[in-house]
Design a protein around this ligand. Structure first.
Ligand code: SF4
Length: 491
């Protein structure tokens, strides 16, 4: 298959070029602009063969894909558009090679070998380049507006914060992208989520997205891409927008994005793999032109009052089961009949009482990190709370930077000392207890206050472990008090 040059400003990528800035894009959304620019052809079944500008891979979903490629006698079609890191299985206590866990060492060795064989850049922990795939793409300037991005991980939607169409894919699709740099996809419908007004102090991006999912439901986004906008989103930093877009998938959406603006361009300027000089000027002109127009048409619109969003905590077994910190856990009889069974299941698993306040719920573990909330701004805010006290007796508290670069930035600001002085463990970069495919796991029925993105049964390593999702600041407050706490009391 021959592919025409694609709109892309990856450093050193041959065959990439920029589209001319769109001059007439009345009533056009970013989704349509990006989708159309990457369409290779429409397929007979109605799907689009979509060119993927950037493919991010990691150790968990790539080995089988590489093996299928070898079986077919194929090579990676665009190694210069493919980048690899190790995140899920890497331990956070010591990353000394060989890794203590033989399976983890084997997976990492396999990834290194595949990258060597296929001339793919591997972000090596030994060189200080490693991190969670959704943290390092943005911080290196790989993630750019107008791109199509794929990765074998659900939370690829994170990259939509830059105005990219970023898609989580399965292992067979990882194979397809490795072999062809294309995916066969149905174009999703588009829902505009407008967050109006202004957040109140002590309310963070994590509260915003938990609130949105709580209102629309975990299946509310099926068939949709989410476009976030409005004054609250526009006022957010790129890192905050990443937190919001990260959890789009938890609301059932195929992806989520924010149109690029001056905040986006300022974030990208000077990053290692972002365009430089005159190339940056041309890139910004293109990026600006693909933002959704003010009169764009959407399949659906939702308005959320930002001022009414409280610090939000989950109480159940999916991210839609959440309430404000001052609210009481719902009672089955207060819900529509079709929602009662899942609430009863959640309460039984979580061992929480209907009608009880969530505030004051005792915790065993506190986890600050993940691709949702393991960035430097998250750690800074959590450190403000940590500086006010000591971790409560009996609580295990972890802080895990999202990347080695985040760790270095935190060290330069003295954050590890603040956390350690408060009784937190300061760890090395990785996914850690978000998914617990490494030694960081809950034990038995432990209840964890977590800044990650999923509270499914058994998600954090123990088949009966329990998770309460909340912002990093709220996790830090829960760690100090030993129970779910309104962090605004400590800020
Ligand atoms: S931090 Fe969690 S959600 Fe993010 S990539 Fe790692 S395991 Fe997946």
């Amino acid at each position: 298959m021959r592919t025409r040059p694609r709109p892309c400003y990856l450093q050193g990528v041959s065959g990439s070029s920029l589209e001319q800035p769109l001059t007439s894009h009345a009533s056009r959304t970013l989704l349509d602009a990006v989708w159309d620019a990457h369409t290779v052809r429409e397929l007979p079944n109605g799907d689009t063969q979509l060119f993927i500008g950037l493919h991010l891979i990691h150790e968990v979903t790539s080995p089988q894909a590489f093996s299928m490629l070898r079986d077919m006698g194929l090579r990676v079609r665009h190694p210069e558009r493919t980048f690899a890191t190790v995140d899920h299985i890497i331990p956070t206590k010591s990353q000394q090679r060989p890794l203590a866990d033989e399976l983890a060492e084997a997976m990492m060795t396999e990834l290194e070998k595949n990258c060597r064989d296929q001339q793919i850049r591997f972000f090596d922990p030994g060189r200080g380049e490693q991190g969670i795939v959704h943290v390092i793409g943005p911080e290196l300037g790989l993630t750019q507006p107008g791109m199509t991005i794929a990765c074998g991980d659900s939370h690829t939607s994170t990259h939509g914060a830059f105005g990219a169409v970023a898609l989580g894919i399965g292992t067979s699709q990882v194979r397809d992208v490795l072999a062809t740099q294309c995916l066969s996809l149905a174009r999703p419908k588009l829902r505009r989520i407008e967050v109006t007004g202004k957040l109140t102090p002590g309310v963070y991006a994590k509260d915003v997205i938990l609130h949105i999912i709580g209102r629309l439901g975990v299946k509310g986004g099926i068939g949709f891409a989410y476009e976030y906008g409005g004054p609250v989103i526009e006022a957010m930093t790129l890192e905050e927008r990443m937190t919001v877009c990260n959890m789009s998938i938890e609301g059932g959406a195929r992806c989520g994005y924010v149109s690029p603006d001056e905040t986006t361009f300022a974030y990208l300027r000077g990053r290692e793999l972002a365009p430089k000089g005159e190339a940056m000027q041309r890139a910004v002109a293109w990026w600006r032109s693909i933002a959704s127009s003010r009169d764009a048409h959407y399949a659906d619109r939702v308005e959320i009052d930002g001022a009414a969003i409280p610090p939000t905590v989950t109480f159940g077994i999916n991210p839609g089961q959440s309430i404000g910190i001052g609210a009481r856990i719902p009672r089955p009889e207060d819900l529509p009949a079709d929602e009662r069974a899942s609430l009863e299941e959640a309460l039984a698993y979580m061992d929480l009482r209907a009608g009880a306040p969530i505030e004051g719920t005792a915790i065993d573990v506190a986890f600050i990190g993940s691709c949702t909330n393991g960035r430097i701004s998250d750690l800074r805010e959590a450190a403000r709370v940590a500086a006010t006290g000591r971790v409560a007796p009996g609580v295990k508290a972890l802080v895990v930077p999202g990347s080695q670069a985040v760790a270095r930035a935190a060290e330069a600001e003295g954050l590890p000392e603040i956390f350690r002085a408060a009784g937190f463990e300061w760890r090395e970069a990785g996914c850690s207890m978000c998914l617990a495919m490494n030694p960081d796991k809950l034990v038995g029925r432990q209840l964890c206050a977590s800044s990650s993105n999923r509270n499914f049964k058994g998600r954090q390593g123990s088949p009966s472990g329990r998770t309460l999702l909340m912002s990093p600041v709220m996790v830090a407050a829960a760690a100090l008090r030993g129970r779910v706490t309104d962090a605004r009391e400590l800020l």
